[in-house]
Design a protein around this ligand. Structure first.
Ligand SMILES: Cc1cc2nc3c(=O)[nH]c(=O)nc-3n(C[C@H](O)[C@H](O)[C@H](O)COP(=O)(O)OP(=O)(O)OC[C@H]3O[C@@H](n4cnc5c(N)ncnc54)[C@H](O)[C@@H]3O)c2cc1C
Length: 415
């Protein structure tokens, strides 16, 4: 595949852009692959990419029932950070964040990684203690974060009202190399690299059944025919329980809607990401100028990719106290995605009761930031058929053994 470069743009400009190739092929499914990944979201595509890059397995199909990146990957608010409390989480999220730093160069695709900094506001004494504890834990884990006081918060984000009547800002947990990236570009960049390695990214191909013989996977039935494999990755976020049911086991996952909204575009006024977990809201400004706003999940399980109106109202009302300028903005559009929640708010990267089937899910409200690290760990698990250093703690059995990785504070609302 031809490389993208400044020279290529100049050359194509001179010949009316007739020489660009398609970014990825759209092949017909083959009868058999060495490995099949279900779900062409960021995590599925990254898994395939690192299977090829790190383990030399390239006879791989990534099957997607809709269009690639059309699930949560293309619907999230793109916050990237690694300031988690527990060691296994900090390890995988920091691996991911550090891969994001050079992902554009590695994939030869501009994913627009913008390490503009992330602040998680402390607006209660409880949060002050919690975030100071996380800053200490992060120092031990090699994750660079710091506790900052309210004056520094105001300096980093001047549009904020730090003296709110209900929840004054008392300080914050600051990660200077956290930030955002362009979500579609992450999916597109990985898809292009996978296709370039000879892998088949097959869209409009829904998996309808998972075939097994003697406790081992033998293949899948899809809307485009049957395909054989002896290694299968289920990487379908909010649809994980549904796919697990096809394979004959259950997962400790609940699917709920999470929504976001954007305002009309305005001039640049905020060059940092701010998360306010006490009031359940977070905010950043996109390159187009829209204020990108997210809130909490719906309080009931469901599979519809949209949110409920009362959440929009609640989120915006809560944020207005800390960001009074929001009250003057018109909201432009709103959307939702189905997120996959575990009880301890940590993911599953795990073998399953069926030999050859592996799951990667449970990223809930915060899996965009984890895409490169999660793909790296899942590829390692699928290639070696055994958990590796990044995935060992995230097995399904932890819910039977009571070995939880509790990140409900880090991941319950904040992303
Ligand atoms: C509104 C919102 C805001 C968010 N904000 C953030 C944030 O700021 N930061 C952050 O880190 N995370 C955030 N997240 C979470 C993040 O988006 C997800 O954790 C992440 O994108 C999950 O990626 P994925 O590849 O696992 O799933 P997805 O992108 O959902 O991909 C799964 C794919 O599987 C496909 N599929 C399902 N069933 C089948 C089938 N039977 N056959 C074939 N294909 C199938 C689906 O069509 C889908 O494309 C947010 C999520 C939402 C909804």
């Amino acid at each position: 595949m031809k490389r993208y470069s400044a020279f290529a743009i100049a050359r194509e400009a001179l010949r009316h852009h007739r020489g660009w190739e398609r970014a990825w092929r759209s092949p017909e499914p083959k009868r058999r692959y060495d490995a099949i990944i279900i779900g062409a979201g960021g995590h599925g595509l990254a898994t395939a990419y690192y299977l090829g890059k790190n383990h030399g397995i390239t006879n791989v199909a990534i099957l997607e029932k809709g269009w690639l990146g059309g699930g949560n990957t293309g619907r999230n608010t793109t916050i990237i950070r690694s300031n988690y409390l527990q060691d296994p989480s900090a390890a995988i999220y920091e691996k991911s964040r550090s891969l994001y730093e050079t992902l554009s160069q590695e994939l030869n695709y501009n994913i627009m990684f913008s390490p503009r900094g992330v602040i998680m506001l402390a607006q209660t004494e409880h949060e002050v203690r919690g975030y100071k504890r996380t800053a200490h834990a992060n120092a031990l884990q090699g994750v660079t974060t710091e506790w900052i006081d309210a004056a520094r918060v105001k300096q980093l984000c001047p549009i904020m009202n730090i003296e709110g009547p209900r929840y004054p800002v008392l300080g914050g947990l600051y990660q200077a190399r956290g930030g955002t990236a362009r979500h579609d570009a992450v999916a597109w960049g990985y898809a292009r690299a996978c296709s370039d390695m000879g892998m088949d990214v097959i869209q409009q191909c829904e998996v309808t059944a998972i075939r097994r013989t003697g406790g081992k996977v033998t293949g899948v039935d899809t809307s485009r025919g049957s395909i054989d494999c002896d290694r299968l990755g289920i990487v379908v976020a909010g649809h994980s329980s549904h796919l697990a049911e096809m394979a004959g086991f259950r997962l400790p996952i609940e699917s709920v809607a999470l929504q976001a909204l954007v305002s009309e575009p305005i001039k640049p006024c905020m060059d940092i990401v701010v998360m306010a977990n006490t009031v359940h809201g977070y905010l950043s400004q996109s390159d187009k100028g829209e204020m990108v706003i997210g809130g909490g999940t719906d309080g009931f399980n469901n599979y519809t990719q949209r949110g409920s109106f009362h959440h929009i109202e609640e989120t915006v009302r809560a944020l207005v106290e800390t960001f009074p300028m929001l009250s003057r903005l018109k909201m432009l559009r709103q959307w939702g995605g189905i997120v996959d929640m575990t009880g301890d708010r940590s993911p599953l990267i795990s073998p399953t009761p069926v030999e050859g089937i592996f799951v990667n899910c449970g990223w809930g409200t915060g899996g965009f930031k984890a895409i490169p690290g999660s793909g790296w760990a899942m590829a390692d698990l699928m290639a070696r058929r055994a958990p590796g250093p990044l995935s060992a703690a995230f097995g399904i059995e932890r819910f039977r053994e009571g070995r939880f990785i509790d990140e409900s504070v880090a991941a319950g609302v904040a992303h």
